[in-house]
Design a protein around this ligand. Sequence first.
Ligand code: SF4
Length: 438
Amino acid sequence: MCHTIPFKAGTAPVENSIVASQQLFSGFDPKRRTHIVTVRWRDHVVTIGGGAPIRVQSMTSTDTADAVGTAIQIKELAQAGSELVRITINKPEAAAAVLKIREQLDRMSINVPLIGDFHYNGHLLLRDYPDCAQALSKYRINPGNVGQGAKRSTQFAQMIETAIFYNKPVRIGVNWGSLDQDLLARMMDENSRRVTPWNPSSVMYEALIQSAISSAEHAVKLGLGRDRIVLSCKVSGVQDLISIYRALAMRCSFALHLGLTEAGIGSKGIIASAASMSVLLQQGIGDTIRVSITPEPEDLRTGEVIVAQEILQTMGLRSFMPMVIACPGCGRTTSIVFQKLASRIQNYLRKQMLVWRKQYPGVEMMNVAVMGCIVNGPGESKHANIGISLPGTGENPAAPVFIDGVKTTTLRGALIVEQFQEIVNDYVHRTYGVTVTS
Ligand code: SF4
């Protein structure tokens, strides 16, 4: 029971002293237990759920019939860190290109598993293009787009039987833009007969969840293992996504693919994705994520991979690359040197990770601080593996550098950026280089 205790001037409120005497905990809710789904291409295995790290996936934007262009984009996404890549398979020319894409990737030693995204005609394409069915590592099936009326069940079954035949896992991916309209109409009718009808959003949530779970159970009855199924229920509203996935997580044990669909362009898409997914990830919900942002015209497709990684890394769920901690700058900042330095170091570290990932195991855990003045600069820099505190207004034009909490040098002059980068390189080599002994 909570009650107010009068506050006496000059003493701390009793509630405060009670709070201070309790140990404070931080961390995640326990991870939701799921079946573990294995996705493979030859010897390369990516596991989803069942305690595996939360996987990052992405989707190409090329015409899949353009095998060369698609293979190049898949390579870029994979090198950026996408652990699975989904491609659209919407027409015979696209299905015919899948084997060529796979072969080109194999020649480039890009072993990322490919997921085929099917709507409307997937049952026909998988039947008519066995090479495509075999070269894919996983199929995405949208129960709302597998056919109308009586054909829905037959065509869904055809796709599941193909998955069983080729030993491929599937994602049963429901999306509210393509929700099974027969199911929704039936549920709306049932709702109107309730003594107290639910609000329309709740009926929509329930329809999405039922579509996903009943389709998955149908697939299980057809013979597909529970460990061959990933579920998703994507919507474009943050609160809607959180509500739906919380319910979905309680009502099944399938691995879950998390993503806010049609999240939007620029910072809106990034923030909406991060806001919705972070709440669910904190609660232990979600086994693989995809960030569905619309790139700005000048942006690279790999941006969605970087955002997905940054969501997981900033939450402390995974580490992909060294983190740059930078202050925002304020009236004490004398120039944009610190912005340039933070930006350059961040880009440099990301680029280097292509090589460093193999050469310097553990480097992805490194923190680098780039700070604008003495107020928080030395303190924040001491907490990082390497930190630099640039001079603010009225300070000596000197930038102390801290390594593992100890001030080691001071940089001055026009070459601070280059010199700091050298210090970072040297630290990485000394700290994470693997010594080979004979
Ligand atoms: S560290 Fe200095 S420059 Fe950066 S925000 Fe804080 S006070 Fe401003």
